[in-house]
Write a protein that binds this ligand. Sequence first.
Ligand SMILES: *Cc1c(COP(=O)(O)O)cnc(C)c1O
Length: 485
Amino acid sequence: MSDAPLLIFDRSVPGRVGLSLPKSDVPPVEPAEVLPAHLLRKVPAQLPEVSEPQIVRHYINLSTRNHHVDRNLYPLGSCTMKYNPKVNDAMAGLPGFSGLHPGQSEAACQGALALMYRLEQALVKITGMSRFTLQPAAGSQGEMVGVLIMRKYHETKGSRRKYVIIPESAHGTNPASVVMAGYETLKVATDGRGRVDLEDLQGKLSDEVAGMMLTQPNTLGLFEDEIVSITGLVHGVDGIMYMDGANLNALIGLTRPADMGFDITHINLHKTFSTPHGGGGPGSGPIGVVERLAEFLPRPLVEACSDGTHRWDDVGPNSIGRVLSFYGNFAMMVQAYAYILSLGEEGLKSVSRRAVLNANYLKTRLVDIFDLPFGEGIMHEFVLSGSRQKERGVKTLDLAKALLDYGFHAPTIYFPLVVPEALMIEPTESETRATLDRFAAVMHELDRLIDDDPDSLLEAPRNTPVGRLDETRANRQLDVRWRGP
Ligand SMILES: *Cc1c(COP(=O)(O)O)cnc(C)c1O
């Protein structure tokens, strides 16, 4: 049973058909007439010939071999694996949206332009920024775009800068984006409360600093409560404040990046705004900027005309240029806009309130067995330490693997680095109290097993289609291709 999905090729029977298409009304063409010779197949494609029920079962079985948020809790901290409402998919699948071609004329895609414009306006309202580009295809690409905008700002003023400050607990993409945009990183220390160490920050600031990139709430799930002082200090050396907004799920409707003094922020539509991610499809990481940086945004942007229509505005002499072919991942925009509209202002506010409540509830159910080094003012996620468990012989990695046997995805582990044996847990607002209780009960059970049956943890997972992998080999010799018998 467990390897049934792979057998679809073996079940092929010549002539068996799994679909019925309407008769084509397009005159047939010979492939050789439209394709160059080197692209023509020499042998027929080896596709399985199977019936519709067989193919449905094939995909349904495949879909259950991996963990996903439609199966069970997916508390992968910093990733906001919330439920993606199916109505969003239905909206993105409307033929007027899904049948669009990005090469269509402005006049022929007015609805899409209006949607992009309205989505931008919604993001403006949520963040307090002045304008957004919807082009970046991921948060990390958005980060790079943000740092390029930072760079362009300083270059335009004739100012040469060398560093971008990031906290030592930063998400790995932050230093990568800084370096790709041509700067060096300057690390700022974390204080005893898990926040930016203000004294250390002051010591690092100079006219060589282009700006600072900060996640809010930070990667420990804590609100940087000295944020106004931080942004003030960085502005004092004409630095630009960049908010890594991947954790906006904690703030939406409650506070805005612009009000905290941030000049640029990215938003992960595929986290906060419930578009799928993690193998679920392409992402979208819009970048918002304050007024004085808007001239540097990638073009084109959508403008509203006085007659109610919309048009592309490609004029931007100071723009950093395009960062993606066409206009970004449009279906993600439709899904995110549907999510925003279906919740409304009050609904979005309750998303964040519930996300924070769920994280704090789960935290209180787990602190009796786990250490919580930074626990003051937890927002949407928290970072436990498995140090006590490690002393008893079971590492965080083993606990993470064992959770799979109970039908849960593991939390993010060994990140951020400032917490030893870290378990970064983000339940999100879409889980019920009963699910959180079940997860807490399983964590307690695992803790008991450390003393009663440690082998069951060290050999986990035992109930998944694939057992414990050799992590090094799986990374170095990744091979996911199926080969026929
Ligand atoms: C997810 C995440 C990113 C990167 O976003 P991608 O869309 O995965 O590139 C950056 N920073 C933080 C804090 C994140 O959680």
